[in-house]
Design a protein around this ligand. Structure first.
Ligand code: BDP
Length: 342
């Protein structure tokens, strides 16, 4: 009996030693369970726990349970109050201004062009720039988020129809200016999970997003007009807190980085499936999906490069591209050059 107890004690002690130093870290995600990015976050957590032999456990908080606005999550990462967050690259631009260069309106010909950029030298340099810029953030990998288009509670078939429409935008000054330059009024401060109620309450006339978010958040029921102007392709990014990573073993940080990279392909696959099913759901619900005529499409595009006056967020005499892309013209030119193959 005594021997058995000694054995049990030894076993318990060994177990303690094995898990001593084990840490549990939090990951914040605005999307619901089952959404492609949430699935990728969970896959990331699974891989990290497995490859660190349980030394690092990551708890994924989905549905905006920790931070409903991505800027809140980003600031928590900077302070070291949060370890990871999967966010859109759009709000990251407020902390890493160069980030706008990879999400300028009408920059990519298609998803393959965007992925050639993100997986190539430009995208990998931009990931490193996140930390190099002194933001306190570390860029781990990119995820797909398709193309974003406007959705409203009244029909939009040309730029003229955008006039005066209050549109919820992500927290990014360039994106707000983009709506303003089209004649609308860009509104910020509304989290993605609050868009539906803001539309039904009449605070805004619409928002803009990809097929999956438009469908998954239920926004298509409040704003059933979706105009496929495809103004931007904004990738998602998995971020880590520089301060939190600094407290971990260097070898474990390398494992974390490798696991994140591994989940990129996983998310892209889930994304493709979800994009198709969301489009199907929205169409079946009887929403009005507008394909722009080539002339109407050109109007949207031209608005981004035409010098303007009296538009909030753009200096008089400048175009949106000059105002927000001017400092990164070399990167933008290089992205356009990659597009020659597509
Ligand atoms: C979705 C992104 C999410 C953003 C949201 C938004 O996946 O990260 O928070 O757009 O518009 O497409 O805020």
């Amino acid at each position: 009996m005594k021997r058995l107890m000694t054995l049990a004690l030894a076993l318990a002690l060994a177990l303690c030693a094995a898990t001593a130093g084990a840490v549990t870290l939090k990951l914040s995600e605005v999307h619901a369970e089952g959404y492609p990015t949430t699935l990728a976050d969970q896959e990331f957590a699974r891989l990290v726990e497995e490859r660190t032999d349980g030394r690092i456990r990551i708890d994924v908080y989905s549905g905006g349970a920790l931070y409903g606005e991505e800027t809140g999550a980003i600031e928590a990462l900077q302070l070291g109050d949060l370890a990871f967050s999967r966010v859109s690259a759009s709000p990251v631009s407020s902390y890493v201004p160069a980030m706008n260069a990879i999400q300028m309106p009408y920059l990519y010909k298609n998803a393959d062009h965007m992925w050639a950029v993100l997986d190539g030298e430009i995208g990998q340099k931009m990931l490193s720039e996140v930390q190099a810029s002194g933001s306190g953030l570390v860029g781990l990998c990119w995820y797909d988020a398709g193309a974003r288009s406007y959705y409203t509670n009244k029909p939009v078939t040309c730029v003229e129809d955008m006039k005066g429409l209050k549109i919820r935008m992500q927290n990014n000054r360039m994106m707000v200016a983009m709506t303003n330059v089209l004649g609308g009024v860009g509104v910020t401060g509304i989290g993605p999970n609050e868009v539906y109620s803001a539309i039904t309450q009449g605070t805004i006339d619409g928002a803009e997003n990809n097929w999956p978010t438009y469908q998954n958040m239920g926004d298509y029921e409040a704003a059933p007009y979706y105009v496929l102007d495809k103004h931007t392709m904004v990738p998602e990014i998995l971020l880590a807190s520089e301060a939190v990573l600094a407290d971990l073993d260097e070898a474990d940080v390398e494992i974390i980085k490798a696991c994140a990279r591994e989940t990129q392909e996983f998310e892209k696959q889930k994304w493709a499936e979800k994009e198709a099913s969301s489009e199907q759901i929205v169409r079946a619900a009887g929403c009005t999906i507008t394909e722009l005529t080539p002339e109407a499409f050109a109007e949207f595009q031209d608005a981004m490069t035409r010098p303007v006056t009296g538009v909030e967020g753009i200096d008089d005499g400048k175009s949106l591209y000059e105002m927000y892309g001017g400092a990164y013209q070399d990167v933008i030119d290089a992205i356009v050059a990659v597009g020659e193959d597509f």
